[in-house]
Design a protein around this ligand. Structure first.
Ligand code: SF4
Ligand code: SF4
Length: 360
């Protein structure tokens, strides 16, 4: 793939110039400059394809300020996030990368996580898992939860039953961060190691704890024509409640739910968390939810590269949360949750912890 492969789409955008992509773009709502929208980017891409515009530092600064949240795609017939990802790849190849992204990608390649932490396996000390060839089911913890929410991860494993799931000795990163910041070569390297592990260990199902891992692993499996099933843990929790394998013993208070972009808009897992929350809490909805949920502002490398912009976007989401009268904000993504905790002003919980508190 290259930027030129999207020329027809870009020309369609040029001709339509409808600007629907601006409507819900969280970046545009804060920055108020059209350069930062899909339409604005597409203008520059056409110039790049036709050789009339040269890539620059200023261009990289503007075009990496996008969470790849997919809000624009809700209102546009074009594959805007795919085009944006291709643009990032191009900018990185041309040497216009974001310093913080480069540093984090180096960490991923060296330590398996963007945070530069050498050992992220401490959370599982003392837990005895099955071997992959026994269960054929792999639990994929991801890079953020083991370091930021180790207790949540332990609870997830206890709810699933460690004897029913296997885990990699050293997890090969799914590459979500690497892919979304434009580092194709490194992403392909991680992917081939990851796919080899799955084949060598006869894996048939992967259960993820993080939405970013979920969409990234699904994408790489689809591209390699694999029939390995990928399930997010909330799908397992719904099933366990439905089959009465978990019994609700107490209720949480007033709760609202933030749809992580990767799980809601990109995966369509919208009803599942609500099915759980209606059973365990006094649930109320924000006006922007599901496919129309607003982004937390942390994804796509934006929090690392543009912390102030990211903070402003997250703050707006917390205002929406507070307007519902909720006492607890529940989500299913360690990345969104960390963003909301850092901004503050509301109690934040992962759905795994919410379930754990009500069934134990
Ligand atoms: S909604 Fe799509 S076609 Fe319309 S201006 Fe935005 S990117 Fe272009
Ligand atoms: S993906 Fe999200 S942040 Fe990026 S342009 Fe579209 S709406 Fe804006």
């Amino acid at each position: 793939m290259s930027l030129a492969d999207f020329k027809d789409d870009i020309e369609t955008c040029f001709g339509a110039s409808c600007g629907f992509c601006e409507r819900k773009c969280p970046v545009y709502q804060v920055i108020k400059k059209k350069t930062f929208t899909s339409r604005g980017r597409n203008r520059a891409i056409l110039g790049l394809i036709e050789g009339k515009v040269k890539p620059s530092k200023a261009m990289a600064k503007a075009y990496f300020a996008c969470m790849l949240c997919g809000c624009c795609e809700r209102w546009c017939a074009l594959p805007d996030t795919e085009i944006e990802r291709e643009l990032r790849k191009f900018l990185v190849e041309e040497g216009f990368e974001i310093e913080k992204h480069k540093e984090n990608v180096e960490n991923v390649m060296k330590f398996g996580n963007p945070y530069g932490v050498e050992d992220s396996t401490k959370w599982r000390e003392g837990i005895v898992f099955a071997s992959p060839k026994e269960t054929h089911t792999l639990f994929f913890a991801g890079c953020t939860m083991p370091l930021r929410q180790p207790e949540t991860l332990k609870r997830a494993v206890q709810l699933l039953g460690p004897e029913k799931i296997a885990i990699m000795d050293e997890e090969i990163c799914c590459g979500s961060y690497v892919l979304r910041t434009g580092y194709e070569k490194q992403y392909n390297e991680l992917t081939s190691r990851f796919l080899k592990y799955l084949v060598d260990n006869e894996v048939k199902e992967i259960i993820t704890a993080c939405p970013g891992c979920n969409t990234t692993i699904k994408e790489k499996l689809e591209k390699s024509d694999s029939d390995i099933k990928v399930t997010h843990i909330i799908q397992k929790l719904v099933e366990m409640l439905e089959k009465h394998k978990l019994t609700v013993k107490k209720m949480l208070g007033k709760v609202t739910y933030h749809d992580p972009c990767h799980l809601g808009r990109l995966e369509g897992l919208i009803e599942e968390p609500r099915e759980i929350l209606r059973q365990i809490s006094d649930f109320r909805e924000m006006p922007n939810y599901g496919y129309d949920s607003n982004c937390c502002g942390a994804g796509g490398g934006v929090r690392a590269a543009f912390p102030e912009l990211s903070f402003e976007i997250g703050k707006k989401r917390i205002e929406e949360v507070k307007a519902t009268g909720a006492e607890i904000l529940v989500s299913s993504c360690p990345f969104c949750e960390e963003q909301f905790r850092n901004i503050g002003g509301i109690k934040v919980m992962d759905l795994i912890d919410a379930v754990w508190e009500t069934v134990k």
